[in-house]
Ligand binder design. Sequence first.
Ligand SMILES: Nc1ncnc2c1ncn2[C@@H]1O[C@H](COP(=O)(O)OP(=O)(O)O)[C@@H](O)[C@H]1O
Ligand SMILES: [Mg+2]
Length: 140
Amino acid sequence: MGLNDGTFQRGSYNLKRSRCHFFKSRVKELSTKIKMGLVPQTMLLTAASELVRNMLKYGNGGIVQLEIVSNNNSITGVRLTFEDKGPGIVDIKLAMKDGYTTGKSLGMGLPGAKRLSSEFYIKSAVGKGTTVTIIKWKNG
Ligand SMILES: Nc1ncnc2c1ncn2[C@@H]1O[C@H](COP(=O)(O)OP(=O)(O)O)[C@@H](O)[C@H]1O
Ligand SMILES: [Mg+2]
């Protein structure tokens, strides 16, 4: 696969609004590097945008990690982890429902990101923060 060719393959960023564009470029760079198709790449970027938006809007910003990962069948993918130390989510099941929002917006961010991802994990503790991890495999 030539993943150890010295070019960018993982990173960790403390996100502020000004660094969003930089972060999205790195996601694109990683997914291009593993030859992810254009459709899954666009899905990943859309999911990432929603999760960054939530982190900035509700979680007071936080850290994003980007990594190339592979599964048991040596399929590669991109894993993104969004970790904030914001107020947390009281009812995750409710927050995952289409149309649920406390921010007067569409309430499609979390459920949309889940649908667009290959794998989606969320954990949250009230008063401590929220961590969302997604993986997009290169073939979908
Ligand atoms: N990182 C987060 N920290 C705290 N609450 C969050 C976070 N992300 C999402 N939420 C909560 O989950 C709700 C649903 O999120 P989402 O589906 O993205 O819809 P929207 O952003 O339009 O409200 C938000 O309104 C908010 O209450
Ligand atoms: Mg949202």
